[in-house]
Design a protein around this ligand. Structure first.
Ligand SMILES: Nc1ncnc2c1ncn2[C@@H]1O[C@H](COP(=O)(O)OP(=O)(O)OP(=O)(O)O)[C@@H](O)[C@H]1O
Ligand SMILES: [Mg+2]
Length: 340
C-alpha cells in the first residue's frame, strides 16, 4: 500500500517515439506500452478515430473519409499536429487516473533532429501534462540499453535499423562521436517487396501484407532451408483477387537495394571513424539493433562484408526504450547523455 502510494510520485516515463513503433517505459513496471505509430483520422471532421494497434489495421483499408496516417514515416515529424495528438494519447493512456504529479519524461530522438523538431517533441509532451522533458539520441539510448561501455574512452558502434531510418553511430565518452543516418530501413524494405511483386508477379499488395511477407520469409543472406509463403493481392491487369507463392529467394532479390544501402551506410561510417575508435570497433565488433536487426541473415551479410563481429541485441525492438528507461534510475549519472 505504502509502496503503491510512493510509486504515484516516482512514475517517471521513458519514451521511444519511433517511426514504426512507439514504446513507453516506467521504472516500476518496465515497458507499459508498445504500439504502432499510426493515427486514424476522420478526414471530414478532422478528429482522431483511433491510435496505435487499432489504427494500424486501418492502413490500406479506409474509406475516403478516413485517413490512416503514420505521422513520422520518414524518420522525422512529417505531420506535427498528428504527432502531437499521438504523443498525448500514448502518455495519457499510461498515466490514466494519475494526477498527483506531472511525470518527468525522457524521449529519444534521431541524431539528425532539427531545433524545430526538438521543440515540437518537447511541446507535445508538455501539452500532455508532462513535467520536465529531456531528450536523448537514439543510438546513445541503444548503447545504454545493450550495456555497452558508452561512457568509456572506447569506440562503440551501433547500427539501429528501424522503420524509417537506419542510424549508424560511434559512441565514445558518453557522446556520439560520429553518426550516419539514411532514410532506408524497414519501410523501404516493405515498399521494395511491393514493387517486386508488382513487376515480377503482376500483383498489387498492401503495405501490411508486404511487411508480413518480410517477417515470414525475408532474408539478406541465403538460408539453410527454403521458405515459402502464400500471399494474396490484386491482379495488376484485371484487378481481381489472386494469390501467389513466394520464396525467400524472391524476397532476397526484392530486398537487394535497401539491404545494399544499409551496408553502404555502415561502410561509410567505418571509413569516417577516426583510427583509434576504428581500432576499438574492429576489436569489439558492432551492435545491431532496431526491428531491422531481425531480418534473417543480415548479421551474416554484415560480417562477411566488414569482417567485424556482429552482435544482435537480445530484444532489438526494445533496446532503445530500455536504454532510455535506464537513465531514469540515476539522473545525475546519466546527465551528460541528455541533449537539452
Ligand atoms: N523479424 C523481422 N524481420 C525483418 N524486419 C522486422 C522484423 N521484425 C520487425 N521488423 C521491422 O522493423 C521495423 C520496426 O523497427 P523499430 O520498431 O525498431 O522501428 P522504429 O524505432 O519505430 O523506427 P525508427 O527507429 O526508424 O524511428 C519495421 O519496419 C518492421 O517491419
Ligand atoms: Mg527506433
Amino acid at each position: 500500500m505504502f509502496r503503491k502510494f510512493f510509486n504515484l510520485f516516482s512514475k517517471d516515463l521513458a519514451m521511444d517515439l519511433g517511426t514504426a513503433n512507439s514504446l513507453l517505459y516506467t521504472r516500476a513496471d518496465g515497458i507499459v506500452l508498445n504500439e504502432p505509430s499510426v493515427v486514424a483520422i476522420d478526414a471530414d471532421r478532422g478528429h482522431v478515430l483511433a491510435v496505435g494497434k487499432e489504427a494500424k489495421e486501418f492502413l490500406g483499408r479506409t474509406p475516403k473519409s478516413i485517413k490512416a496516417i503514420r505521422p513520422m514515416r520518414d524518420g522525422v515529424i512529417a505531420d506535427f499536429e498528428v504527432t502531437r495528438q499521438m504523443i498525448a494519447y500514448f502518455i495519457k493512456k499510461v498515466i490514466a487516473g494519475f494526477s498527483l504529479a506531472r511525470p518527468n519524461i525522457v524521449i529519444c530522438v534521431p541524431t539528425g533532429i532539427t531545433q524545430v523538431e526538438k521543440r515540437a517533441v518537447i511541446e507535445s509532451a508538455q501539452q500532455a501534462k508532462a513535467g520536465m522533458v529531456r531528450l536523448i539520441e537514439e543510438p546513445m539510448a541503444a548503447a545504454i540499453g545493450a550495456d555497452l561501455p558508452f561512457n568509456q574512452p572506447v569506440g562503440n558502434m551501433v547500427v539501429d535499423i528501424g522503420g524509417g531510418t537506419t542510424e549508424v553511430a560511434v559512441i565514445s565518452l558518453a557522446a556520439v562521436a560520429y553518426a550516419e543516418s539514411v532514410r532506408i530501413a524497414g519501410d523501404a524494405m516493405n515498399s521494395a517487396i511491393q514493387r517486386y511483386l508488382q513487376n515480377e508477379f503482376q500483383l498489387f499488395i498492401g503495405e501490411n501484407m508486404a511487411e508480413r511477407v518480410k517477417l515470414a520469409v525475408g532474408s539478406a543472406f541465403p538460408l539453410p532451408e527454403q521458405l515459402v509463403v502464400e500471399i494474396s493481392g490484386k491482379d495488376v491487369v484485371s484487378g481481381t483477387p489472386r494469390s501467389v507463392r513466394v520464396t525467400d529467394g524472391h524476397v532476397r532479390e526484392a530486398l537487394t537495394d535497401p539491404v545494399r544501402a544499409i551496408l553502404l551506410a555502415v561502410h561509410k561510417a567505418l571509413e569516417k571513424t577516426p583510427p583509434e575508435l576504428a581500432a576499438d570497433i574492429s576489436a569489439n565488433g558492432l551492435l545491431l539493433t532496431g526491428g531491422g536487426a531481425l531480418l534473417k541473415g543480415l548479421d551474416l551479410l554484415l560480417h562477411k562484408s566488414t569482417g567485424l563481429n556482429i552482435r544482435i541485441d537480445s530484444d532489438p525492438l526494445t533496446t532503445v526504450v530500455r536504454g532510455t528507461g535506464k537513465t531514469l534510475e540515476n539522473r545525475a549519472f546519466y546527465e551528460s547523455v541528455y541533449i537539452n
